[in-house]
Design a protein around this ligand. Structure first.
Ligand code: 5AD
Length: 348
């Protein structure tokens, strides 16, 4: 047991462990070591970001997707998914509303919808920057060519989120059909970083077939790739997918991994995700208390909110909605954190 505390100390000073050590840290955890890990993570975050919690306004621009990832509710072959796509005017309206609510980061997320070609996105990004000049624009639109990413960056998009999903090739292949490759995923992430985007990766906790050594590799990948952001949340089954009968991932393990990731990269922007808030009523507060420092409330139009169903019962109103910002602020204040109106860039 003592050696677990030593591992935690080593991680907080060296920001690196071996694969075997990461595995051990996860396997041998108990209430005491988790408490210690959390304390270290919160302290580390506080040294850099104080008690600020950054907010991002999330706009789900389309649930049309050409991919068929086995875990995802908006996978192309799901005939029961009620498809929608926001038009440019609707997206700008969401951005303006977010701006007036105090958001200074706007996240455009969507399935891989071929409708959003480069020219259209370039035009959209320029319009958003004209309407909301001091806002950061984050894109989360999946795999694209390097040239495409470059055009989006040149149009002044600031950040890009592309979860790596798993850092183990064999595991990647169990989660995705043959036309999606681990190599291309990793290539996309490298391209995004080389171009200069603040880049985010991430993975699901408890995804089907995931082993502890897969998680250790995810942590090693984060250590080596040095992302600016990292989105992790529990896997939650969706009834119309091949993984409908697989169990959900655990909120506790997700929180423990948030703490570990905070120690791996002290300045990382780490969201307490909607998935974490979905499997557990206090999920997002617990995420923040474990070392996360970002929350991404939903700014999508009410009429489409319940259509971006990546997994069953995804929260779509209540505290994760952008319009309930006051509630969120009160909740955060009650656990000692302050929601700030700020772009919330990474502090280097
Ligand atoms: N459970 C949890 N997270 C999911 N995602 C997709 N489907 C699920 C699910 N069933 C995550 C993936 C994807 C992100 C947009 O949402 O990690 O990258």
């Amino acid at each position: 047991m003592n050696d677990i505390f030593e591992l935690i100390d080593k991680l907080s000073s060296k920001h690196s462990l071996s694969l075997e050590e990461y595995e051990k840290l996860i396997l041998a955890k108990n209430d005491e070591t988790t408490e210690y890990l959390k304390r270290k993570a919160v302290e580390t975050r506080k040294n850099i970001y104080g008690n600020s919690v950054f907010i991002r306004g999330l706009i789900e621009i389309s649930n049309i997707c050409k991919n068929d990832c086995y875990y995802c509710g908006i996978r192309g072959s799901n005939k029961s998914c009620d498809r929608y796509r926001l038009n440019i005017e609707e997206i700008i309206e969401c951005c303006k509303e977010g701006y007036s609510l105090g958001f200074r980061t706007l996240v455009l997320q969507g399935g891989e919808d071929g409708y959003f070609r480069d020219e259209m996105l370039v035009d959209l990004i320029r319009k958003i920057k004209a309407e909301c000049p001091d806002c950061a624009v984050t894109l989360s639109l999946g795999e694209r060519s390097k040239e495409s990413y470059q055009r989006l960056y040149d149009a002044s998009a600031d950040r890009y989120l592309l979860r790596h999903e798993t850092a183990t090739k064999e595991h990647y292949q169990k989660l995705h059909p043959d036309n999606l490759s681990f190599e291309n995923r990793m290539e996309c992430l490298k391209n995004l970083k080389d171009i200069g985007f603040q880049t985010g990766c991430g993975f699901m906790v408890g995804s089907p077939f995931q082993t502890v050594s897969d998680i250790a590799r995810d942590l090693k990948f984060i250590e080596e790739f040095r992302p600016d952001m990292c989105g992790i949340g529990p896997f939650i089954p969706h009834k119309d997918t091949p993984f409908a009968n697989h169990p959900a991932g655990s909120a506790e393990l997700t929180c423990c991994l948030l703490s570990i990731i905070r120690l791996i990269k002290p300045n990382i922007l780490l969201p307490a995700t909607t998935a974490l808030g979905t499997i557990n009523a206090d999920g997002r507060e617990n995420g923040i208390k474990s070392g996360a420092n970002v929350i991404m409330p939903n700014l999508s139009p009410q009429s489409v909110r319940n259509k971006y169903m990546l997994y069953d019962n995804k929260l779509s109103d209540g505290n994760e909605s952008a319009q309930n910002l006051e509630n969120l602020k009160i909740k955060m204040r009650s656990i000692g954190y302050e929601v700030v109106t700020d772009r919330g860039d990474i502090i280097k």
